[in-house]
Design a protein around this ligand. Structure first.
Ligand SMILES: *Cc1c(COP(=O)(O)O)cnc(C)c1O
Length: 353
């Protein structure tokens, strides 16, 4: 607390990102980063953009990137919004669509940035409990509300919903925005993007951080009908006209166009997810069915906190959300095949100790 803070700053509940250690090298399976690195074409494009042109501001409309993204979905650039990571896109969406309208609905176990944005923007919210198996009964997302947020696949569970289930939520709540956070969509679930042209209340948010391995570049985007995109743009242009710098615009466009690299790396992650799931199950873990680049797994013998600590001592970082229903579970990002093997052998060593 400082006497210089504006009212409300002390009451914020900031998001805690996963640890980014600086002191030693860990096998980092704690922040859902992609182990394979970005497209070499993206690196090349970033290099080419590094020069005297950096004295000039970037395109404030990100037109080339938005056009390329939209084209992949059969949508015009007027259906695409780009931001500095999808976290910023989410923040602008909360600001633009959910304020001053009553309670926002989202599941009790989901991305922990949602309550943080609600607190920042003064949005009341109601967390709808997932079922005991962590699945989402979408019928429960109904009734008068300011809007609905669904992460699909959900985080940190990894469980995916079929588009038809989310389509019923869109139909049952036609007067509010239904935001579908598809940060992990490219690892095996079906996107709502094909429904954007049909539903004026649908906003789909995706990121380059996970499936395109560009967490460090900070690029995310939203797909929606032009009225929603215009709302987001009004917020953006009242906040920061240039959220994407020249390097981000160049790198993201090249990464988007390198579909071969994208497909090769995401399929490796999916194959290793299947192997890691089987390996963890063989060691007594409960593992939820994941369509993401991580698994949510509950150890036996040791508690989740003890397992996290034992792995940390052996040089492996995983993530634990130590409160409430997720207390017995660990979120483990899918690394390389070698990372997954190392994790399994360290678990064997921990159990033998
Ligand atoms: C990682 C993640 C994001 C944010 O990603 P950015 O790096 O900000 O693009 C958004 N939603 C969920 C559910 C995530 O896991």
């Amino acid at each position: 607390m400082s006497r210089f803070w504006s009212p409300g700053v002390e009451a914020l509940a900031p998001y805690t990102p996963g640890e980014q250690p600086k002191d030693r090298t860990f096998v980092k399976l704690n922040t859902n980063e992609n182990p394979y690195g970005p497209s070499p074409r993206a690196i090349e494009a970033i290099r080419a953009a590094t020069g005297d042109a950096l004295r000039l501001y970037p395109d404030p409309t990100a037109a080339a990137l938005r056009t390329a993204i939209g084209a992949r979905f059969g949508l015009g650039a007027d259906h695409v919004f780009a931001g500095n990571g999808s976290d910023e896109v989410l923040a602008h969406a909360f600001h633009a669509f959910f304020r001053g309208k009553g309670e926002l609905l989202f599941p009790d176990v989901s991305y922990s940035f949602y309550p943080t944005y609600c607190t920042l923007y003064g949005i009341p919210f109601r967390q709808v409990p997932l079922d005991a198996d962590f699945s989402l009964n979408t019928e429960a997302l109904a009734g008068p509300c300011a809007g609905i947020v669904i992460a699909n696949p959900n985080a940190p569970t990894g469980i995916a919903l079929p588009p038809a289930a989310i389509e019923r939520v869109l139909q049952a709540n036609p007067d509010v925005v239904v935001l579908v956070d598809e940060a992990y969509i490219d690892f095996g679930a079906d996107s709502m993007a094909p429904l954007v042209a049909r539903y004026d209340n649908l906003l789909v948010v995706q990121t380059f951080s996970k499936s395109r391995s560009l967490a460090g570049l900070r690029v995310g985007f939203a797909l929606g009908q032009p009225a929603l995109i215009e709302g987001l743009t009004r917020i953006k242009d009242s906040f920061n006209s240039y959220p994407l710098d020249r390097l981000a615009l160049a790198g993201a466009l090249a990464a988007w166009e390198d579909t071969a690299w994208f497909d090769e790396t995401r399929h490796k992650v999916m194959a290793d997810r299947a192997r890691l799931t089987a390996g963890l199950q063989a060691r007594g873990f409960s593992v939820l069915p994941s369509a993401a680049n991580f698994v949510f797994a509950s150890p036996t013998g040791l508690g989740a906190a003890e397992m996290l600590q034992a792995l940390r001592e052996r040089g492996i970082l995983v993530r634990h959300f130590a409160k409430g229903r997720t207390r017995d579970w660990l979120r483990i990002s899918i690394g390389t095949a070698a990372d997954c093997d190392r994790l399994l052998s360290e678990i064997d060593a921990i159990k033998a100790a």
